[in-house]
Design a protein. Structure first.
Length: 387
């Protein structure tokens, strides 16, 4: 089996996807702009072959790389990056080389916020009222129905980049004065707690693994207000959240894919859909999957791709919590104090790459515990500020 992984070295934990594929005796082929000699040894050991391009965003260069591998090894059976930024290019490659997976005619339903909303509505899942707004008049007409505040985000965007909370007519005018020349989706602000429904489907679209996480606040607030982020996995998923998540997976007909679906649970305990991402959740969440369940989702993804099997058993025996800290803030407890205080509860800790640090912080800790009260104690201790 020929599996072509685009950008196999970044994020660094995605190397584990390639090493897992190698365990199934796949031909693991890689494309990126990093010179081969600079790839981590673990990745080089897993790769059958590698093609360096000068510009990963230049479609012609990527096309030539895939054509080279096709000529040398035969048809490519799977092309993947697991990265939001490359989803459209991934789909284009699959379309041009007839590789199974999401193709160009499907990609905009999982990239455009406006089309996502339509899918949620079709599935009978509540959403915040919203629309693409191209003028001040269109925005004012929407706000006449929703009231302030509203959220404005690129209709096609990654994460919380260029996303704004608009609280007043003055904010709205300022937004249009500085708005980039792209389509923006505007929606009513939902007051509630942010949750995600995350998992993996097999080749038939059946969810073989799923879980949920609760966030300290939205990613937009984290980035725009410079807040510390913490989030933790749930041992028991609220039934309404589970129902909405599974409905969404069916509505988008996901096959052999990870998913990361964001919802708010509002003050009336209603689940409201925010957006869908057809890739693993960001940061170190893949590793949190594994720690919370004592399984290996990197390996099981490869098992799904190669054999359409998922052999792991899981029952969420732990809460797994991510706690981030930012370099520009003074914290009451040192790293060594954190490690001494929580001991073996801290299962992983590491610096966070600059690209992700705006949301995740510059240093991240993962801990696992069985009691939710311990989750909150860990968050409070690690993120406590100097007075």
């Amino acid at each position: 089996m020929n599996v072509l992984f685009f950008s196999p070295q970044f994020p660094p934990n995605y190397i584990n996807f390639c090493t897992a594929l190698a365990q199934f005796n796949c031909r693991v082929l890689g494309i990126s702009s990093t010179p081969y000699d600079e790839l981590p040894l673990k990745l080089r050991a897993a790769l059958t072959d590698y093609y360096q391009v000068q510009d990963m965003g230049d479609y012609d260069q990527v096309l030539r790389a895939v054509a080279y591998f096709t000529h040398k090894y035969g048809k490519i059976d799977c092309f993947e990056s697991h990265t939001e930024y490359w989803l459209e290019q991934d789909a284009r490659i699959r379309t041009d080389f007839n590789i199974p997976g999401i193709k160009t005619d499907q990609i905009y339903h999982i990239k455009r916020k406006s089309l996502m909303k339509a899918k949620f509505i079709e599935a009978g899942i509540p959403v915040a009222p919203g629309a693409v707004v191209r003028s001040l008049a269109e925005a004012e007409a929407l706000i006449a129905k929703t009231g302030y505040p509203v959220i404005a985000k690129p209709d096609i965007g990654v994460g919380a980049a260029n996303t704004y909370k608009i609280n007043s007519p003055d904010d709205l005018l300022l937004f249009f004065q500085n708005k980039p020349p792209i389509d923006y989706f505007m929606e009513g602000f939902i007051k509630g707690r942010l949750y995600s429904f995350d998992g993996l489907t097999d080749q038939n679209g059946h969810p073989v693994f799923y879980t949920a996480h609760c966030y300290s606040q939205g990613i937009m607030e984290t980035v725009n207000e410079g807040l510390d982020l913490a989030y933790y996995s749930l041992r028991d998923i609220p039934p309404a959240l589970e129902e909405a998540g599974l409905k969404t997976v069916r509505a988008f007909d996901l096959r052999a894919r990870f998913f990361h679906i964001e919802f708010f649970i509002d003050d009336a305990d209603q689940v409201v859909a925010l957006e869908v991402n057809m890739r693993p959740p960001g940061g170190l969440t893949m590793d949190m999957f594994n720690y919370a369940n004592d399984i290996d989702l990197y390996y099981q993804w490869a098992n799904v791709i190669v054999n359409n099997r998922f052999d792991a058993q899981y029952d969420r025996p732990y809460h797994c919590v991510y706690v981030g800290r930012k370099a520009d803030k003074a914290y009451r407890h040192s790293h060594q104090q954190v490690m001494n205080h929580f001991g073996r509860a801290i299962v992983q800790h590491e610096p966070i790459a600059g690209l992700f640090s705006g949301a995740l912080g510059n240093y991240g800790y993962i801990a696992r515990v069985t009691d939710l009260a311990d989750v909150f104690a860990i968050i409070r201790y690690i993120q406590a500020r100097e007075s």
